[in-house]
Design a protein around this ligand. Structure first.
Ligand code: CTP
Length: 244
């Protein structure tokens, strides 16, 4: 040990983040790739922790009357379709211990105000889920762990057809048109390029139980360190100073 090891430890923003802020997990991937299943499985396995799910879908911009009238020409898969400033504002509140009201989005009516907003309380773990959740670097920077759900395009399309016709009551022709006009190009241009930011890529989505188990184990380890940091706020600073 030389004298520099005894200098007052400086706390880096990353270390600072571990003291009292939630552990944020980002889950991205193409539409109908199984992101929701992956999130549900993580939440189920972390039942003894306070976990909240925040969906990027809740931050779709409100459509104008004109856009609503020509909704088949609206690109819901483009980064501009989302109100990222609002998402950042909600995340800022949650990370600083303030509850937020997150709107519920109705895919049938394309509106937010159909259901009452969901009150989300600050938690130990926040899961941020959405097709383009890695797109904005400011949102990406909030994440302690980034997961990309990688599911074959044919499986995604088959699920989408089933979901949009059965659950959303849409016409199959319109679903296929939307897929070729907007969904597929946006996946290639905006979603797939964000895969490189992921820490973990899960093949086959929610069917991959081994991957989910490994992820949950890792989150538990990190949460343990997180808790230690809350009890001993200088632990990480000391640890890095002594290079242990
Ligand atoms: N979308 C739509 N109509 C709207 C709003 C969004 O069809 N009014 C579509 C977009 O075209 C986009 C998809 O919803 O492709 C995004 O949701 P998706 O990721 O499929 O939903 P999740 O259930 O969150 O994801 P997963 O299926 O992976 O669980």
């Amino acid at each position: 040990l030389d004298s520099r090891h005894f200098e007052k430890p400086t706390i880096s923003p990353a270390t600072e983040n571990m003291h009292n802020q939630p552990f944020v997990i980002g889950v991205a991937g193409g539409a109908a790739s199984g992101k929701t299943t992956v999130c549900d499985m993580i939440i189920q396995q972390l039942h003894d922790q306070r976990v909240v799910l925040v969906n990027q879908d809740s931050f779709y911009h409100k459509l104008t009357e004109e856009e609503l009238a020509r909704v088949h020409e609206y690109n819901f898969d483009h980064p501009d379709a989302f109100d990222t400033e609002k998402l950042l504002e909600s995340m800022d509140n949650l990370r600083h211990g303030r509850a937020v009201d997150i709107p519920k989005y109705d895919f049938k009516s394309y509106k937010h105000n159909v259901f009452p907003a969901r009150r989300v309380n600050p938690s130990d773990v926040i899961i941020l889920e959405g097709i383009l959740i890695f797109h904005d670097p400011r949102v990406q920077q909030l994440m302690n762990m980034k997961i990309f759900v990688d599911t074959d395009a044919d499986v995604r399309l088959a699920r989408r057809i089933r979901r949009d016709t059965v659950e959303k009551g849409r016409d199959i022709g319109a679903v296929l048109d939307q897929y070729s006009k907007f969904v597929k190009p946006a996946f290639d241009d905006f979603i797939l390029p964000t895969k490189k930011y992921a820490d973990i890529i899960i093949p086959r989505g929610g069917d991959n139980h081994v991957a989910i188990d490994l992820i949950v184990q890792h989150i538990r380890t990190k949460l343990g360190q997180h808790d230690l940091c809350k009890i001993y706020p200088n632990l990480y600073a000391i640890q890095s100073t002594f290079q242990i």
